[in-house]
Design a binder for this molecule. Structure first.
Ligand SMILES: [Zn+2]
Length: 114
C-alpha cells in the first residue's frame, strides 16, 4: 500500500497516510492540528527528478544516504556539479562517459579490469 504525504495548508505540517487504490482519501485531517485542508505532496521517493533537477538540487555539503550512492543516476553528479560551479561546460566525452556509467555501472569494473 503506498504511503502518501499531505501538507496541511493551515499549519504546514506534513502527515503521512496509507492510501488504498488510486482514489484520494476524503476524510484526511492534519496529524498536527486537525486541519482538513490538506494538499498532497509529491514525496522525494516517488518524484521522478529530471537529471538537471538532480544536478541543481545536488549539494556536496549534505550527507548522502546509502540510497544516494545506490542510485546510479547520481554517478558523476559531483563531477558535474564541480564543473558547473567552475563555469566549465562538460565535454561530450565527459557526458557520454557519465551516461555510460549511469546506464551500466558495472562497466566501470569491467573497464578497469583491462
Ligand atoms: Zn495542520
Amino acid at each position: 500500500m503506498p504511503i502518501y504525504e499531505y501538507k496541511c495548508t493551515s499549519c504546514g505540517g506534513v502527515s503521512s497516510f496509507f492510501v488504498q487504490g488510486f482514489r484520494e482519501p476524503e476524510d484526511l485531517c492534519c496529524q498536527a492540528c486537525g486541519g482538513k485542508d490538506l494538499k498532497r505532496v509529491i514525496s522525494r521517493v516517488n518524484y521522478h527528478q529530471s537529471q538537471s533537477d538532480r544536478l541543481s538540487s545536488y549539494d556536496p555539503r549534505t550527507r548522502k544516504s546509502g540510497d544516494f550512492y545506490r542510485d546510479s543516476r547520481n554517478i558523476g553528479l559531483h563531477a558535474e556539479h564541480m564543473l558547473q560551479k567552475a563555469g566549465v561546460k562538460p565535454t561530450d566525452e565527459f557526458k557520454s562517459k557519465i551516461e555510460n556509467l549511469r546506464s551500466d555501472p558495472s562497466r566501470v569494473i569491467k573497464d578497469s579490469d583491462k
